[in-house]
Design a protein around this ligand. Structure first.
Ligand code: PA5
Length: 431
């Protein structure tokens, strides 16, 4: 087992030759140098590059203290935020935690402000019932409609239940250091606030208080998460594609893209990776999809989706490639037993573990998809721990910055997100 995150491109070799990687290397290395020089487009949003080491240590201690208070006085935490203001925390909770955490761990953690559904909000309020709860509202701009609506509702509930002062002790606002509606409200009402640094965009903010507070409330080791990111920062700093799996990932996905593979599907065989894929889709989709360019990011959970998308992937239009994230060592496993009647015909697997079967399913699928014309990259993680997740977050963030520059876009803005808002506000009659 490789002790650290590594990239395996064996199932890609039919589609991408080593000589092609060699040919694109100079451009990838140039894009990486541009990122590191901090002179490229969007260079006022590069705080995440150094973040795992240069974060505000005093604030980090406040994050941990707030998490302890919430754990002690709340049965439920409602995390309100959308896009980059929730996906990292959600990914970490699912990756590092129990698959059924809200049934087995306290406090229960629910996400709101990720949609504009009144039904969803009502049902969440029903689930909380009359139990003690706190709210972490997260919005860098402080004006995003979805979380703002949800926060109105939960602030009113808290104030009704605990009074204004009591509510203010249960509301934690993660927002801009100085400006925005949420910052103003937090200052007026005396909420404890945490900062989304000016130079860190939403989708790169998981290792700030945006991600760290909910992750710490969940009882996940945030020190280990940050340590994994630091280790990845060192490991993937090498300037040459040949010595750096992060740059190699950038090289291969862009070679494939230039050959007409316009869709990258992030694949997993472990449900705990589902929201890592959601986080990744936003990271790359919002960073690269602009100016009429970009790889479309999609994802699938296998083997579940082999029974739905499997047909298309195997036989449909040949415009996609897959990146599989695999976990070498499962945290726990199930051994299959023999039965007397063997009616389901599974006795040949008696004594084998589910992870063994799962890995054979992955191997069989890798071969089948490759043979069907779908290149596969594989990112291998030794274990599903906070440390390795921190490394994965940093690996993808760095790859995304380099890949965006290679593509010739500003990976750190998102002008396209405004279009729907403009129409929605006009339709709603906003002055
Ligand atoms: O990556 C981004 O910048 C976006 O996804 C934002 O995180 C999202 O739109 C939420 O914005 P805000 O935190 O300002 O409410």
């Amino acid at each position: 087992m490789n002790p650290f995150l590594s990239l395996d491109i064996d199932y890609c070799s039919r589609f991408v030759g080593e000589h092609e990687i060699h040919h694109i290397s100079a451009s990838v290395e140039q894009a990486a140098a541009l990122l590191d020089s901090q002179q490229g487009p969007g260079n006022d949003f590069l705080g995440w590059l150094d973040l795992p080491e240069t974060y505000d240590k005093a604030e980090y201690q406040r994050v941990k203290a707030a998490a302890e208070r919430i754990r002690a006085n709340s049965e439920v935490l409602v995390v309100i935020g959308i896009g980059g203001s929730y996906l990292g925390a959600k990914a970490a909770l699912e990756f590092c935690g129990h698959a059924f955490r809200n049934q087995v761990e306290k406090p229960e953690i629910y996400f709101a402000g990720t949609n504009i559904s009144g039904m969803y909000l009502n049902q969440l309020i029903q689930v909380i019932g009359d139990r003690d709860f706190s709210v972490n509202v997260i919005s860098k701009s402080g004006t995003t409609t979805e979380p703002a609506i949800a926060f109105r509702v939960f602030r009113a509930l808290l104030e009704k239940k605990y009074g204004k002062k009591g509510a203010s002790e249960r509301i934690f606002a993660t927002t801009d250091a100085k400006k925005g509606a949420l910052k103003t409200l937090a200052d007026n009402e005396g909420y404890e606030t945490f900062v989304v640094p000016d130079n860190v965009g939403g989708r790169f903010s998981v290792l700030t208080a945006v991600g760290l507070l909910p992750i710490a409330v969940a009882g996940i080791d945030t020190d280990a998460l940050l340590a994994g990111a630091v280790a990845a920062r060192q490991k993937f700093a090498a300037t040459s594609v040949a010595d750096n799996d992060c740059l190699r990932y950038v090289a291969v996905r862009n070679i494939l893209h230039r050959k007409g593979k316009d869709i990258e599907m992030l694949i997993n065989y472990e449900p705990r990776l589902h929201f890592v894929a959601e986080w990744w889709k936003q990271l790359f989709g919002e960073s690269e999809g602009k100016d009429g360019k970009g790889i479309f990011t999609a994802s699938a959970d296998f083997t579940t989706d082999l029974h739905s998308l499997g047909q298309y992937i195997q036989d449909g239009k040949r415009h996609l490639f897959e990146t599989l994230i695999s976990i070498d060592q499962p945290e726990s496993d199930v051994v299959l037993a023999a039965t007397e009647d063997d009616l389901d015909g599974l006795n040949y697997l008696a004594g084998k573990t589910m992870d063994y079967v799962n890995k054979k399913a992955a191997e069989g699928t890798l071969m089948a998809h490759r043979d069907g014309g779908v290149p596969n990259l594989q990112i291998r993680l030794p274990e599903a721990t906070p440390y390795h997740l921190g490394a994965l977050f940093y690996f993808f963030e760095r790859a995304c910055g380099v890949s965006g520059y290679l593509l010739g876009v500003n990976p750190f803005d998102q002008p396209g997100v405004e279009a729907y808002k403009k129409n929605m506000f006009a339709l709603l009659g906003k002055k």
